[in-house]
Design a protein around this ligand. Structure first.
Ligand SMILES: Cc1cc2nc3c(=O)[nH]c(=O)nc-3n(C[C@H](O)[C@H](O)[C@H](O)COP(=O)(O)OP(=O)(O)OC[C@H]3O[C@@H](n4cnc5c(N)ncnc54)[C@H](O)[C@@H]3O)c2cc1C
Ligand SMILES: *[C@@H]1O[C@H](CO)[C@@H](O)[C@H](O)[C@H]1NC(C)=O
Ligand SMILES: *[C@@H]1O[C@H](CO)[C@@H](O)[C@H](O)[C@H]1NC(C)=O
Ligand SMILES: *[C@@H]1O[C@H](CO)[C@@H](O)[C@H](O)[C@H]1NC(C)=O
Ligand SMILES: *[C@@H]1O[C@H](CO)[C@@H](O)[C@H](O)[C@H]1NC(C)=O
Ligand SMILES: *[C@@H]1O[C@H](CO)[C@@H](O)[C@H](O)[C@H]1NC(C)=O
Length: 527
């Protein structure tokens, strides 16, 4: 019989990290601890000339550069072997220096390399960019991939070692495998194969005590569940993942069809909402809406004549013709979808293996899930929404297919059956002229969209991290569950979030791995 849940936050050993971690002498001790266990060229401090270039090396968002460089980490460690990662955690624990881990550095709020708390506690960064080996077993259709690998590297290594196999993951080639899989991993094959995290067979990680857990047996079922979608930076540092590779045909079909409002963009998007989640699973059609136009982009695991026939019967409003469709290899599709025509005369190696980044504009992203199609009238208002001098973009990713056959608690990612699509809102601005905070988004996301999207709580995707929906408070030395559930229940749903917090209690009771949106340990719960 269920009794009222009683949540007590325990004050561990009476230590108050905000005081303890401000001690400079402990920082010196921490660094000398590292120096006994890690080669000195792998540990950079702000006094090194290479420090700042390394810190900004994987930042894409101009909004995050100044905050990251203004209060930099104590050091950035670029481990080349597991023992280095273990050493950082062990030295960090004994000298009370928390650590943040960075794989591809694409966290939308930069939590892998910056503290978003003013005067927040000092921390160290483990940058896994040197951890990027991929070992493909074509015969078994599996691969071990290190967390610091980018998606471009993963796709390239898989497709060259095992033609005919691929992996379901995201669009941008510089996203890191570590963060992407930790938060789920959506992409154009999820309707057929599920999320990236659904295709993880095993993993290797370093836990909050600095122990190396070589496989899922060592982790136990709960921890292995939590790391497949429960969000990065919470439960330990995943060093590598064993992936199930999936079959892809020699050629796939791609189209990229743009409609203006005059050409029926509003009607087409209105229809798309229910058509796209119900298409054959080999076919995904996403939509990018910007500047009053809608662009429909596909991945079809088959040929152009078949996809044109399917689209003409299922979605005649799009008016797709054979001339709109291109056939290419699965790997070429990865480059083409992201780089477009500029990729034509460039080798795939240059496009997919290039980890260097241009820092783009200032960007703020938010997300929603849609379970009930919006009306045509609502879409017309969205298309015409004034952008306040910024540039707004909406990216709609269709669910359905395999996504709707997976239970909401199979992994921590709860947006499965009944979800039509995910919305990502992207607002760009140039940072000049006082436009320091999102303008377009505040009216659209906060007011207009709220009644139209998933509710109670309103959904959001952890990999499209958004600190506006809530940040943690540390009470008595550990993150408070009550403040964390405000954002946590939105990313994971009520039950999954509570399960994550109980697992956190088991594997990291003193809350060593923590940040502004880390899962809190749920202490003493009586049910
Ligand atoms: C341009 C762009 C395109 C994107 N496209 C997609 C997409 O198509 N589909 C999609 O699902 N998402 C997409 N995303 C979101 C992306 O999945 C997340 O930002 C993801 O967290 C990035 O992973 P990362 O390793 O690059 O980031 P990082 O900033 O390195 O890490 C993100 C979080 O995970 C933690 N973390 C990193 N590595 C590890 C590890 N090894 N073990 C434990 N925790 C770790 C970090 O501490 C941080 O909290 C996109 C983001 C960008 C910027
Ligand atoms: C520094 O770390 C030690 C453990 O190595 C701890 O006992 C001490 O309290 C810390 N100092 C401060 C000022 O917190
Ligand atoms: C927001 O999403 C867009 C499109 O996916 C991406 O280009 C951009 O880098 C993201 N913004 C942030 C802050 O990471
Ligand atoms: C296209 O694929 C279909 C099956 O999906 C097949 O029947 C047809 O022969 C293929 N057409 C060409 C031109 O390869
Ligand atoms: C798709 O079309 C849009 C708008 O016409 C264009 O900006 C984009 O580069 C195209 N993308 C690809 C991959 O062709
Ligand atoms: C890698 O990408 C960066 C940033 O986009 C670019 O400046 C550079 O020329 C690219 N390098 C290669 C070898 O293509």
């Amino acid at each position: 019989m269920a009794r009222v849940a009683l949540v007590l936050t325990i004050c561990f050993m009476g230590f108050y990290p905000s005081l303890a971690w401000s001690s400079n002498s402990n920082h010196t001790d921490f660094l000398s601890c590292l120096s006994t266990k890690i080669p000195s060229q792998l540990v950079l401090t702000p006094s090194s000339r290479s420090f700042k270039p390394l810190l900004v090396s994987s930042i894409r968002n101009a909004r995050l550069v100044a905050p990251a460089t203004a209060s930099p980490p104590l050091c950035i460690v670029t481990p080349t072997q597991a023992s280095h990662v273990q050493a950082v955690v062990r030295c960090g624990r004994s000298h009370r220096v928390p650590v943040r881990v960075r794989s591809g550095g694409h966290d939308n709020e930069g939590l892998s390399y910056r503290s978003a708390t003013p005067n927040g506690e000092a921390f160290a960064v483990i940058d896994l960019s040197k951890f990027n080996a991929v070992r493909v077993d074509a015969h078994a259709a599996t691969a071990w991939v290190d967390s610091g690998t980018t998606l471009g590297e993963l796709y390239y290594r898989v497709a060259t070692a095992a033609p005919g196999l691929g992996f379901p993951a995201g669009v941008c080639p510089t996203v890191g495998v570590g963060g992407l899989i930790s938060g789920g991993g959506m992409g154009l094959m999820m309707r057929k194969n599920g999320l990236s995290a659904d295709n993880v067979l095993d993993a290797t990680m370093v836990d909050a005590e600095g122990n190396l857990l070589p496989d899922k047996t060592a982790m136990g079922d709960d921890l292995f569940w939590a790391i497949r979608g429960g969000g990065g930076g919470n439960f330990g540092i995943v060093l590598s993942w064993k992936l199930r590779l999936v079959p892809v045909p020699p050629k796939v079909a791609f189209f990229n069809v743009t409609k203006t409002m005059d050409q029926g963009a509003v009607d087409a998007v209105t229809k798309w909402q229910t058509i796209a989640p119900a298409l054959p699973e080999d076919l995904s059609v996403r939509v990018v809406i910007q500047k009053r136009q809608a662009t429909f982009q596909s991945l079809y695991l088959g040929n152009c004549s078949a996809v044109v026939a399917t689209m003409r019967s299922r979605f005649p409003e799009l008016g797709l013709t054979r001339g709109d469709c291109k056939e290419m290899s699965w790997l070429q599709h990865k480059a083409y979808l992201y780089f477009g025509d500029t990729s034509k005369n460039m080798p795939l190696e240059a496009l997919l293996l290039n980890r260097s980044m241009t820092i783009g504009p200032f960007v703020k992203n938010k997300s929603d899930y849609v379970k009930k199609a919006l009306t045509r009238d609502a879409w017309e208002k969205i298309f015409l929404w004034p952008d306040g001098g910024a540039v707004g973009q909406l990216i709609l990713e269709p669910h359905g297919g395999m996504m709707s056959r997976i239970a909401d608690d199979y992994t921590p990612f709860p947006y499965r059956s009944g979800v039509l699509y995910n919305i990502q809102y992207v607002e760009f601005w140039n940072g000049k002229g006082g436009h320091g905070t999102p303008k377009w988004l505040s009216g659209l996301y906060d007011d207009f969209m709220a009644p139209l999207v998933s509710k109670s709580p309103r959904g959001a995707y952890v990999n499209y991290r958004d600190l506006d929906i809530g940040v943690n408070k540390v009470v008595g030395g550990v993150t408070s569950y009550e403040t964390a559930k405000v954002w946590g229940e939105r990313y994971f749903g009520l039950a999954n979030f509570k399960r994550l917090a109980k697992i956190k209690r088991k594997v990291d009771a003193t809350d060593y791995f923590r940040n502004e949106q880390s899962v809190p340990p749920l202490h003493l719960i009586r049910e």
